[in-house]
Design a protein around this ligand. Structure first.
Ligand code: C5P
Length: 304
C-alpha cells in the first residue's frame, strides 16, 4: 500500500507568551496561519522497521526526524508490527520557525492512520501529536486557528478576509534559530512576557472584519525580543520590509524567517529585490498567494 501527502507550513501572526508552567514550557496564545508552501511525503508499507529517505542532505533520517518519531509512536500506540518506508521531499527550510518538521509529523500520523484503516481515533492522534511537539496538533488540520496552552489546544477561527489576495514573502537568512534557545533566552526579557492574554482573538477578529493596514500594529511575537537582541540583522530585515511595501511583517515563530505580507505579487517581488540588494542573497526566499488552497483530505494518491 502506498500513499502520498503534502505537508504545509505556517506563520504566527501573533505569538504571545502569557505564562510558564512547572515543566518549563511556556504558556502561549498564538494566531497561526497555514501557508501554502509544501513538503511531500511518500509512504509505502513494508514488512518491518521504519525507513526514511530525504532529498535534502543534512536532514536527519533517523529518530532525529519528527516524521520518523511520528511513525514510531503511531505503530506503538496502534500495536502495529508492520514497517513503513517514507520518502520526504523537503521544500520548507529547517530551523526557520515555519513548523516544517511538525507538519511532516502530523502528515505521517494521518497517512499511517489511513493506511491502517483509521486504527486510531482523532483524540488519540491529537494526543500523539502533542507528545511529538507543541506545533504538531495544529498541522492535523489546515485551518487558521488560535492555539493555546503549549500550542496544542487548537481553535479554528473565521477566515481572515483582510489577507485575501495578499502575497506573502518569506526571507530566511543563512542561519537558523534553535527553538529551545529562543525560549530560554526569553527569561532575560520580562517585558516580552507582560502582555495580557486575549490578543490572538482580538487580532483574528480585526483581520476577519477590517483591513490589514488597520490591524498591522497588533501583529506581535514575544520571541522577537531575545532573538533580535542576538541577531540584530533580523530586526533590520523586518523594518526594511515595512519600509519597502509590506503591510505587515514579523518574525516567524522562534525565527529565523521573517515574513512580509504585501498587497500584491508585484510588491512582494520588488520587496524581494530590495531585500537582496540591501542584505545580499538569502538562503531561502519563498512567496505564496494567500489564503492558499489546502485539500480537506490531504491524501493525494492512494493505491493498493
Ligand atoms: O514542543 P517542541 O518540541 O516544539 O518545543 C521545543 C522547545 O521549545 C521545548 O523544549 C521548550 O524548550 C520550548 N518551548 C517552550 N514552550 C512552548 C513550546 C516550546 O518553552 N510552549
Amino acid at each position: 500500500m502506498k500513499l502520498s501527502r503534502k505537508s504545509h507550513c505556517k506563520i504566527n501572526l501573533l505569538l504571545n507568551v502569557v505564562g510558564q508552567s512547572d515543566d518549563g514550557f511556556h504558556e502561549l496564545e498564538m494566531l497561526m496561519l497555514p501557508v501554502p508552501i509544501f513538503d511531500r511525503l511518500d509512504f509505502e508499507l513494508a514488512n518491518s522497521g521504519i525507513g526514511l529517505t530525504c532529498n535534502q542532505p543534512g536532514i536527519p533520517t533517523d529518530s532525529g526526524n519528527l516524521a520518523w518519531r511520528a511513525a514510531e509512536s503511531f505503530a506503538s500506540k496502534a500495536g502495529i508490527t508492520d514497517g513503513v518506508r517514507i520518502h520526504l521531499e523537503k521544500t520548507i527550510q529547517a530551523e526557520g520557525g515555519l513548523g516544517g518538521g511538525s507538519g511532516n509529523a502530523a502528515a505521517t500520523l494521518l497517512a499511517l492512520n489511513e493506511l491502517h484503516g483509521q486504527a486510531l481515533g482523532q483524540a488519540t492522534l491529537h494526543e500523539l501529536a502533542a507528545e511529538l511537539g507543541s506545533d504538531v496538533p495544529f498541522f492535523l488540520q489546515s485551518q487558521t486557528a488560535v492555539a493555546r496552552g503549549r500550542g496544542e489546544m487548537i481553535e479554528p477561527v473565521a477566515p481572515l478576509a483582510a489577507l485575501d489576495g495578499k502575497s506573502l514573502l518569506l526571507v530566511r537568512p543563512g542561519f537558523g534559530v534553535p527553538t529551545p534557545w529562543a525560549y530560554q533566552a526569553l527569561a532575560k526579557f520580562p517585558e516580552a512576557k507582560s502582555r495580557p492574554p486575549g490578543q490572538a482573538d482580538e487580532l483574528a477578529r480585526r483581520l476577519a472584519n477590517g483591513t490589514l493596514t488597520e490591524a498591522a500594529d497588533a501583529f506581535y511575537n514575544s520571541l522577537e525580543a531575545p532573538v533580535f537582541n542576538k541577531f540584530p540583522l533580523l530586526k533590520l530585515m523586518r523594518e526594511h520590509a515595512l519600509a519597502n511595501g509590506a503591510e505587515a511583517a514579523l518574525m516567524c515563530g522562534s525565527g529565523s524567517t521573517i515574513f512580509a505580507i504585501c498587497p500584491d505579487a508585484a510588491t512582494a517581488e520588488s520587496l524581494n529585490r530590495a531585500t537582496e540588494s540591501a542584505f545580499g542573497q538569502q538562503s531561502l526566499v519563498q512567496t505564496a498567494s494567500l489564503p492558499g488552497d489546502f485539500p480537506k483530505v490531504k491524501s493525494t494518491t492512494a493505491s493498493p
